[in-house]
Design a protein around this ligand. Structure first.
Ligand SMILES: Cc1ncc(COP(=O)(O)O)c(C=O)c1O
Length: 400
C-alpha cells in the first residue's frame, strides 16, 4: 500500500464515521468565555480559584514553565514533594507519587502491580487508561460484567494460587455510578488479590473530607489497595497520582516507565494542585452544594421525561436516541450558552450515546438552573418519548 493509498483509506474511514454520526472535531474555546460549563470536570470550581492560580503563579516564576526533564534526571522540586505529601495525607496512604497525567498514572499502576502469572480482573466499564494499562502489562486479563461482584469472585476462584488484581473505577466516568468497592475488596482479600481503584471522579467529590471512593468505602491505607486518580477533575489542574504502600510507590519510582521516561508535571501545576487539594479537603460546603444540584438535576430532567441516571457522585448521564441526536442536542445547548458532554461510541461502554453532565459547584446557582432549562428545551422529542430508551445504567437508577 502506498502512502497515498493509506491516506485515502483514512479518508474513507473518516467518511464511515461521519455517516454513523461519530465525527469528532475541535471547536475553538475563547479565554473567559461566558459558556456555562457542564462538560468539563472542574467539579468544585477550583481551576480558577484565586488561591490556586496564585500558588501556581508563584511556582511559575520560581521554576519557569516546565519541569525540563524527568524528576530522576532533573531533580524533584519542593512543589512535587508538597503535593505528594498532601495527597498521601488526604488519601490516608503511606506514599503518593505524582505523574504528568492520570492516564500515565494508570498505565504505571496497572503495569506495576503485575507479577509473573498475574491475572487482571477488569470491570467492563473501566476507563481507556485502565484498559490500556491491562494491555500494556501483558498480563492475562478477564473483563467482568459491570459492577458484578459475583463475576469477579468467579474469575478469582478460577485462578487458584495465581497473583491477581481487581481493577475498577470508584465512580464510573460515563454514567457516574459507584463500584461496590467494599464487596470487591472483601472478595479480593479472600483470594489474596490486590484491589486497584481509579478514584478520578471521586477525589474531592465523595468520601470523608472528599478523600474519594476508597475512603468512603473505609479502605484507606489498606495494604492490599492501590489508589490512582487524575488531578485534572475536582482539583482543577493536571497530572495524576498513584497512592499506596511505600514499597509499591518505591517500585514505581524505580521501574515505572511512564514515571521514568516522562518529563515531570510542571512545578507550577504541582503547586496549584496542592493548593486545590487543601481547598478541596476543606470543601464540605461545596460537596453539599454538589449533592443538592445532583438531586435537582434528576428532578428537573426526570420531570421532563428524560432518561437520566441517578448520580452517586457528580456525573449525570442522559441517554440520547442516537449519536446524531446526541450531537445535535449538545450543539443546540452550546448555541444557547451551555456546554454539555456528548458521549458516543467508542467512548460509551454499551454503545448507547448520551449527554454527560458534570455537576459543578463552580457555576453560579442561577446559571446552573438555567442550564438545566436549556438542556430540557433542546432535548429531541424522541429522547422524551421513545419507549425503548432507558436511563444509563446506575445502581440507583431513576425511571422518569
Ligand atoms: C476515570 C478516568 N481515569 C483516568 C483519566 C485520565 O486522566 P488524565 O486526563 O489526567 O490523563 C480520566 C479522564 O481524564 C478518567 O475519567
Amino acid at each position: 500500500m502506498t502512502v497515498a493509498d493509506w491516506l485515502a483509506a483514512l479518508d474513507r474511514r473518516a467518511e464511515l464515521r461521519a455517516r454513523a454520526g461519530l465525527t469528532r472535531t475541535l471547536r475553538p474555546r475563547a479565554a473567559g468565555d461566558a459558556v456555562v460549563d457542564l462538560a468539563g470536570n472542574d467539579y468544585l470550581g477550583l481551576a480558577t480559584h484565586p488561591e490556586v492560580t496564585a500558588a501556581a503563579a508563584r511556582a511559575l516564576s520560581a521554576y519557569g514553565l516546565g519541569a525540563t526533564g524527568s524528576r530522576l534526571v532533573r531533580g524533584s522540586t519542593d512543589a512535587h514533594h508538597t503535593l505528594e505529601g498532601t495527597l498521601a495525607g488526604w488519601l490516608g496512604t503511606d506514599r503518593a507519587l505524582v505523574f504528568s497525567s492520570g492516564y500515565l498514572a494508570n498505565l504505571a499502576a496497572v503495569r506495576g502491580v503485575v507479577r509473573p502469572r498475574t491475572l487482571l480482573v477488569s470491570d467492563a466499564h473501566n476507563h481507556a487508561s485502565l484498559i490500556d494499562g491491562c494491555r500494556i502489562s501483558g498480563a492475562e486479563t478477564v473483563v467482568t460484567p459491570h459492577a458484578d461482584v459475583d463475576a469477579v469472585a468467579a474469575a478469582l476462584a478460577a485462578a487458584p494460587g495465581r497473583p491477581a488484581v481487581v481493577v475498577t473505577e470508584s465512580v464510573f466516568s460515563v454514567d457516574g455510578d459507584l463500584a461496590p468497592l467494599a464487596a470487591l475488596h472483601a472478595v479480593a482479600r479472600r483470594h489474596g488479590a490486590l484491589l486497584l481503584v481509579d478514584d478520578a471522579h471521586a477525589l474531592g467529590v465523595t468520601g470523608p473530607a472528599g478523600a474519594g471512593g476508597v475512603a468512603a468505602a473505609g479502605l484507606s491505607g489498606e495494604p492490599d489497595v492501590v489508589v490512582t486518580a487524575t488531578l485534572s477533575k475536582a482539583l482543577g489542574g493536571a497530572g495524576g497520582v498513584v497512592a499506596g504502600p511505600a514499597e509499591f510507590v518505591r517500585h514505581l519510582v524505580e521501574t515505572g516507565r511512564t514515571f521514568i521516561f516522562d518529563t515531570a508535571l510542571p512545578p507550577a501545576v504541582a503547586a496549584g494542585v496542592a493548593a486545590a487539594a487543601r481547598l478541596a479537603r476543606a470543601g464540605d460546603d461545596l460537596r453539599a452544594e454538589l449533592a443538592d444540584r445532583a438531586a435537582l438535576t434528576v428532578r428537573r430532567l426526570g420531570a421532563a421525561g428524560l432518561p437520566v441516571s441517578a448520580p452517586d457522585a457528580a456525573v449525570v448521564s442522559v441517554t440520547a436516541p442516537s449519536p446524531e441526536a446526541a450531537t445535535a442536542w449538545a450543539a443546540d445547548c452550546r448555541d444557547r450558552g451551555v456546554a454539555v458532554g456528548c458521549f458516543r461510541p467508542p467512548s460509551t461502554p454499551d454503545s448507547r450515546s448520551r449527554l454527560r453532565l458534570t455537576i459543578s459547584a463552580g457555576v453560579s446557582r442561577v446559571d446552573y438552573e438555567r442550564a438545566l432549562e436549556v438542556i430540557v428545551d433542546c432535548a429531541p422529542v424522541s429522547a422524551r418519548s421513545e419507549p425503548g430508551l432507558r436511563a444509563p445504567q446506575s445502581r440507583t437508577e431513576v425511571t422518569p
